[in-house]
Design a protein around this ligand. Structure first.
Ligand code: GDP
Ligand code: MG
Length: 441
């Protein structure tokens, strides 16, 4: 994982004053490996690293973050920018029917995605959609679309045996116009590899239908070959966007970067499962995090920045910088956490906090228990809060009685405090919450 490996780079870079070329190149070597591991195509990774290196070298180091963190921030921003800074929508603003044509290799998910998008348009935008399969190569391909049409309750063009793709397209356009459909979706045939007959057929359909959208459907598990696929298709037709399928799988999403780099077109949707509602808008930030292997750190920091009171977090950061985290801090944190959606939500987002989360769950510390924990700490003396080790068996009984809980509850809370303390130490290594917050703005 990049974050692990960069941890090493962080340590080595710590304490230096500026982003010199050697620092940056060292960090970039790790970034390059991470990109390749995430299946970003080699030439794309190379170009990306080159570009970002140029940008990073010579930047003055921000006060609140380490040079290594700053490099990661620059890489993250560049990734997000390259992946597209905002979610891109379908452009259907034409006299109906607007035509959407799906292209791509066989098995990439064209037919499934056709039905998914049709369902979206029907349900979210109240569009009247007609789907037509132009796949005359694969046996029962047209029937497959008809079946999906029944499942999502979207009309499909009646099948006429023996018709060629261009003729089916013409018939579909006529039917859509006559029957007042808003959108016509053309699902085309694919081959296992790019071949010229497929390309000619696809071009002929595109010339006949002049679609508003030509979407290239790509399996996100496509590794290094993604570049060739994108190049070949975009040379033949005017793609307007890309759909990445199987983002629910193990794919780290590197194909997204390759697709963007080669086609220059926005990624409009991500397929996230076999079910017909398993489709999402494409979120560059999320995929950038996935490519870099940073988990949900960004999301955590953003939420923290939103909710955590500035003064409070600065006080805590100052204490953490000194390696302190006592029960008073825990109490302050508990109150912030309630605002941030509860313990589980928070712990689940933090790297390295799986253990703490498990401890919370094992202790049955549901969100409603936050109040009880607050009461437990409230029943301790100030000295005990600062130095939990003072809490011997006798004192624990007093605290339990005072808070209307049990000694077991008190022990759970102390165990959690210990877990959090060690998690805080890990965060401190990463530059502290404040550092993280500054890092991700
Ligand atoms: P086509 O040959 O390009 O039309 O591909 P299909 O639409 O027939 O899909 C091939 C297989 O991939 C089917 O089994 C689909 O259920 C599956 N599939 C499509 N999109 C996704 C996705 O986003 N996630 C997962 N897990 N499977 C998908
Ligand atoms: Mg198909």
């Amino acid at each position: 994982k990049l974050s692990d490996r960069l941890g090493g780079v962080f340590d080595r870079l710590r304490g230096r004053g500026a982003l010199n070329e050697n620092d940056v190149r060292e960090a970039m070597r790790e970034v390059r490996v991470a990109l390749l591991e995430a299946d970003v195509a080699l030439p794309v990774a190379r170009e990306f690293v080159e570009k970002v290196t140029e940008k990073a070298v010579g930047q003055s180091v921000l006060k609140s973050v380490t040079p290594g963190q700053q490099v990661v921030k620059i890489v993250n921003d560049a990734l997000v920018e390259m992946l597209g800074s905002d979610a891109s929508e379908l452009n259907l603003a034409v006299a109906p029917p607007a035509i959407i044509m799906m292209v791509g290799l066989q098995g990439s998910g064209k037919t499934t995605t056709t039905a998914k998008i049709a369902k979206l348009l029907k349900e979210k935008e109240r569009k009247k959609v007609l789907m037509a399969s132009l796949d005359v190569n694969r046996p029962a391909a047209q029937e497959q679309l008809a079946t999906l049409g029944t499942q999502v309750d979207v009309a499909t063009l009646p099948i006429v045996a023996g018709q060629q793709p261009v003729d089916i397209a013409k018939r579909a356009m006529q039917a859509a116009k006559l029957q007042g459909f808003d959108v016509l979706m053309l699902d085309t045939a694919g081959r296992l590899h790019v071949d010229q007959q497929l390309m000619d057929e696809m071009k002929a359909v595109a010339n006949t239908a002049t679609p508003q959208e030509i979407l290239l459907v790509v399996d996100s598990l496509t590794g290094q070959d993604a570049v060739n696929v994108a190049q070949n298709f975009s040379e033949q037709v005017d793609l307007t966007g890309v759909v990445l399928t199987r983002m629910d799988g193990d794919a780290r999403g590197g194909a997204a970067l390759s697709m963007r780099a080669v086609t220059g077109k926005p990624i409009k949707f991500a397929g996230v499962g076999e079910k017909l509602d398993a489709i999402e808008a494409f979120y560059p930030e999320r995929v950038a995090g996935r490519i870099l292997g940073m988990g949900d750190v960004v999301g955590l920091v953003e939420r923290a920045a939103q909710v955590v009171d500035q003064e409070e977090s600065e006080k805590l950061a100052a204490k953490m910088a000194k390696g302190q985290f006592d029960l008073n801090d825990l109490r302050a944190q508990l109150r912030q956490m309630t605002k941030m959606g509860g313990l589980g939500a928070l712990a689940g987002m933090m790297p390295g906090m799986k253990k703490a989360k498990a401890a919370m769950q094992a202790g049955g510390m549901e969100d409603k228990l936050l109040l009880r924990m607050d009461a437990i700490i409230g029943s301790m003396t100030l000295k005990e809060r600062e130095k939990p080790a003072l809490l011997n068996a006798k004192r624990k009984i007093r605290v339990a009685n005072g808070s209307g809980t049990t000694v077991q509850d008190v022990n759970r809370l102390l165990k959690m405090h210990q877990e959090m303390e060690s998690a805080m130490k890990r965060i401190k290594k990463m530059g502290g919450l404040k550092g993280l917050a500054a890092l991700f703005g």
